[in-house]
Design a protein around this ligand. Structure first.
Ligand code: C2O
Ligand code: CU
Length: 550
């Protein structure tokens, strides 16, 4: 099913994709017609398709312990499926699928099912790998590792790249949900093939709520998850893949929740959008077509101290921005587009300058939190102030000999050190300052540090952009930029990854690790690979009534 390896090679070698790839990624962006090889009747047109809300996954079981603490158990299958993305064609995808008992329906695919939880509840997410042996896009085994991006999970539940679950096995991931409310996402992190796996569909949102955010921001139907990604398709509707010698994949079709350039009907009130950039390489510069503001209220790590109105902003891979749009004063029928002004070193096509459209209606609505707040909450990491006693570390993100590296080393060096090599080794609760530098003008790197939230101190000596004045876990390190971030290494001890979130860069091999509180520790009880291994899957089918006992 889908694109076989030979087709992908053919596309890469002969198609417009390959030609663009040879000349473009090292210069400024150019416009080319398309990367997809679709016939004109299968080529989607911007704003024709209807917006689709993400489906929410139900837990299959909930337990309350003696102390009154709740734990929700969720299960997702990783398996092959199909998605209706293009007119007249179905596309094979490899995604997360979950079964909802109340409706007897499977939900998920592209994107995967949304998990919604509350601060203070434990979650156990079971991931059952039922994928075929080989991912046709990579030609390599579908060995997966699931990372809940934004969560201070223990190392053995953090999706460590080399802690993989092969087809026919499963792993239970434990999530503590003890941080502030935020938009998280779970996605594949399998070593060297994260890009193809996430691109094929292994990505989904996860929302953690708390009382502060419930009191301030729109909820329910007015709290809208948006997962944005780009893709290129072969003539038969299957996903094509070309990462231009590991520089990046640039699709010509922009999807929001798996729908190309959808139109969403909105009521005349304030909406909250949680926009995740799940593109494996592309960065965006969202803006509204009528010049109205996007009011930023939360970044990767949750609420900002103060709302920040912007007319456009730079949105790199894996970053989450929550913004409010107030549709109160528009006439019914008004159409407003969310456009993409793009950034340097992306490859743009005819329609990659737009993302989605809103159409205002006279539909009735509830008034809950129908305001645009200004002051939000106190955020501890944003109150940190630089001190000379804080350790400063330098991270150079660079290309060397056709590979991507951090300070001249990559995940290969970590593996060869038997997973001992670290680029930082703070004690638990130490505060450090990391200076991340990109000396090249030819590419940008969204750099992600696992476990912690950081404050962006400055960029090339200048204050951070208004929209990044909130807790972050990914920072856009643009062309010739040096960005300083400050964080407290709290919550857990152990080994955690740091890497570029342009996934072809991550896979080849701009990833390393750091340790927290491990100096002088002889036995690591939270060893990311050994502490809680995956198991052979002999569980009943998820639809089976007995499944809830497992
Ligand atoms: Cu979103 Cu290490 O990843
Ligand atoms: Cu990179």
């Amino acid at each position: 099913m889908g694109v076989n390896r030979r087709d992908v090679l053919k596309l890469g070698a002969l198609g417009a994709v390959g030609a663009a790839g040879l000349t473009v990624p090292f210069g400024s962006s150019v416009a080319t017609k398309s990367a997809s090889r679709l016939g004109s009747k299968n080529m989607p047109k911007p704003f024709e398709a209807k917006f689709r809300y993400q489906s929410v996954l139900e837990p299959y079981r909930t337990e309350v312990d003696a102390a009154g603490k709740s734990c929700d158990y969720y299960s997702v299958l990783q398996r092959a499926g199909t998605a209706a993305i293009l007119p007249g064609l179905t596309s094979p995808v490899f995604g997360y699928y979950g079964y909802n008992r109340s409706t007897r329906q499977w939900v998920g695919g592209l994107p995967g099912p949304l998990i919604k939880t509350e601060q203070g509840r434990d979650v156990v997410l079971r991931v059952r790998n039922q994928l075929p042996q080989v991912n046709p896009l990579s030609g390599n085994p579908f060995k997966t590792s699931t990372h809940l991006h934004g969560s201070a999970s223990k190392p053995q539940y953090d999706g460590y790249a080399s802690d993989v679950t092969p087809s026919g096995s499963y792993k239970d991931y434990h999530y503590p949900n003890m941080q502030a409310a935020r938009t998280l996402w779970y996605h594949d992190h399998g070593v060297h093939f994260t890009a193809q796996n996430a691109y094929s569909g292994l990505a989904a949102q996860y929302h953690m709520h708390d009382p502060a955010e419930r009191a301030l921001l729109p909820q329910g139907d007015y709290d809208v998850a948006l997962t944005m990604s780009d893709a290129m398709f072969a003539a038969d509707g299957s996903l094509a893949y070309d990462d231009n010698s590991h520089s990046g994949l640039w699709g010509d079709i922009i999807l929001v929740n798996g729908v190309p350039w959808p139109t969403m009907k909105v009521s005349k009130r304030v909406y909250r959008f949680r926009l995740l950039n799940a593109s494996i390489s592309r960065s965006y510069r969202p803006t509204l077509s009528n010049g109205a503001p996007l009011v930023m209220v939360a970044t990767d790590g949750g609420l900002m101290p103060k709302a920040q109105a912007v007319t456009s902003y730079r949105h790199g891979g894996a970053e989450r921005y929550e913004f409010l749009i107030d549709f109160t004063n528009y006439k019914a029928g008004t159409q407003i587009q969310l456009k993409n002004l793009s950034n340097k070193n992306n490859v743009d096509y005819d329609f990659t300058d737009r993302i989605m459209q809103f159409e205002v209606t006279d539909d009735s609505f509830t008034k809950q939190n129908n305001v645009v707040p200004t002051t939000l909450v106190d955020v501890p990491v944003m109150n940190l102030v630089e001190k000379p006693s804080y350790k400063v570390r330098n991270l150079a993100v660079e290309r060397q000999g056709g590979e991507w590296k951090i300070n001249g080393k990559s995940w290969v060096d970590v593996v060869e050190s038997d997973y001992k090599l670290v680029l930082a080794d703070p004690e638990l609760n130490d505060v450090e300052i990391w200076e991340i530098e990109n000396k090249s003008g030819g590419w940008f790197h969204p750099v992600h540090i696992h476990l912690i939230d950081f404050q962006v101190i400055d960029r090339n000596g200048k204050p951070p952009f208004a929209y990044e004045r909130g807790p972050k876990d990914v920072v856009y390190v643009g062309e010739n930029e040096k960005v300083r971030v400050m964080m407290r290494f709290e919550h857990q001890r152990g080994y955690y990854m740091v890497h570029c979130h342009n996934l072809p860069h991550e896979d080849h091999d701009m990833m390393q690790q750091f340790s927290v509180g491990m100096k002088g520790v002889a036995h690591d009880e939270n060893d990311p690979i050994e502490a809680d291994k995956c198991k052979a899957d002999r569980l009943p089918r998820d639809e089976d009534p007995d499944y809830v006992k497992t």
